[in-house]
Design a protein around this ligand. Structure first.
Ligand SMILES: O=P(O)(O)OC[C@@]1(O)O[C@H](CO)[C@@H](O)[C@@H]1O
Length: 393
């Protein structure tokens, strides 16, 4: 008998999608089928690709989890990670695993890894490109001109909050919620002083930024990196991105290139920042890593040794976004007052999470804040209107 997928791991139930009406259920029941349709509409796919997408839709709605075809990219790893899950309903296995595997299977259906004309064609590229051409990004870049006139502390705050709230509207999130309201945010934990203290304390600092979405999130992330390098808070930055398309809008190397180009093509201060970031890449002050673990359906507590060594060398690691947060603290229904420090004690160095709340996982709230949030009766855990800056020195 396989172990129940939501058996408590270290004390809290692992999130699955079994409960109708729950957030995790809605992602599998609504968001994934809608996404298949959106991808289908965005490309002139072949009959074979349409058939494969039909089969995936059938599998995720009425079928059971099927393994990857023999010889497929990452087949061995997924066979291992999926032990005990194949042959079961997508809804009853861990939510994190089911979502990750859905994205891997979507790439399979459109032939992303297979030699041929569709190899390497990002099924989410049209959405990402449209966002880069959109007004939100143009406004983000134009706002940089006003930043230069602010006092240094206010500039620090502005670039940090830009990176934080840039996470509010990932493209997958927009699919089911519609456009997110402007400035509806509410920062419920703010450990940002830790970031400035930590990065102000060393003359040779390396900062790792584990990126999340491309477009209107990656652009402020890159601006934050430039700001840290420019102000001498960091002498070296490492940007961790995804080795292949994932969770709709997650940043890949191609997206980093597109975002850098978009920044450099903008007028005013943005153009200077774009030029500096390009130089930083050319001189090795800004490195980009695309580790395979970045697309693994696993918590960071299970990271491989080489990645661990990378984070170990960092003065500070910044984790961006909801998915990275879930993987950092564990995708489980922790009591919301569980200590963030306890949940990240395994991490090999100081870490800070910049995350807007878009799924059920949350730790590190004080009892008063939690009570106030619960009293609102709002879906504050999942609506993207609230955020945390949570650190462990
Ligand atoms: O990591 P991000 O971009 O902040 O958020 C991604 C995310 O909101 O999308 C999923 C639903 O598709 C959530 O489970 C997940 O955490």
């Amino acid at each position: 008998m396989p172990e129940a997928a939501n058996a408590p791991e270290h004390g809290a139930p692992v999130i699955t999608s079994e409960t109708p009406g729950s957030f995790a259920w809605s992602v599998l029941d609504k968001r994934h089928p809608a996404l298949i349709q959106q991808v289908r509409d965005a490309f002139p796919y072949t009959p074979e690709q349409h058939q494969a997408l039909d089969a995936l839709l059938e599998e995720i709605t009425d079928g059971v989890i099927e393994p990857l075809p023999v010889g497929a990219h990452g087949e061995r790893e997924w066979a291992e990670w999926g032990k005990g899950y194949f042959g079961r309903s997508w809804f009853e296995v861990p939510f994190l695993w089911a979502e990750s595997y859905f994205y891997r299977k979507l790439l399979q259906a459109v032939g992303y890894f297979e030699p041929g004309p569709w190899q390497g064609i990002d099924p989410f590229a049209p959405f990402k490109r449209a966002e880069l051409r959109g007004s939100a990004v143009a406004e983000e870049l134009a706002a940089l001109d006003d930043l230069a006139d602010l006092p240094p502390d206010d500039q620090d705050r502005a670039v940090l909050l830009g990176a934080l709230w840039g996470n509010r509207a990932d493209l997958g999130f927009r699919i089911s919620s519609g456009e997110v309201e402007e400035n509806a945010g509410n920062l419920v934990v703010d450990d940002s002083a830790q970031l400035w203290d930590r990065l102000g304390s060393s003359s040779l600092a390396t900062v790792c930024l584990v990126a999340d979405n491309s477009g209107s999130e990656l652009i402020p992330d890159l601006i934050l990196i430039d700001h840290l390098l420019q102000t001498g808070r960091a002498t070296h930055a490492v940007l961790h991105i995804k080795p292949y398309p994932y969770y709709v809008s997650d940043a890949t190397t191609a997206d980093v290139i597109d975002c850098l180009r978009r920044i450099a093509e903008a007028p005013g201060r943005a153009r200077q920042i774009g030029g500096r970031l390009r130089d930083a890449m050319g001189s090795g002050r800004l490195d980009v890593r695309a580790h395979s673990f970045s697309c693994a359906p696993l918590p960071y507590a299970k990271m491989p040794v080489d990645l661990r060594a990378d984070f170990e060398q960092a003065t500070l690691t910044i984790f961006k976004g909801d998915l990275n947060y879930r993987r950092l603290v564990g995708d489980q229904l922790w009591p919301a007052t569980t200590s963030f420090t306890d949940r990240t004690v395994y991490f090999p160095g100081p870490v800070i999470a910049l995350r807007t709340l878009k799924s059920d996982v949350i730790v590190g709230l004080d009892a008063q804040t939690l009570a106030a949030l619960e009293a609102t009766g709002e879906a504050w855990r999942t609506s993207g209107t609230h955020a945390v800056i949570q650190g462990r020195p």
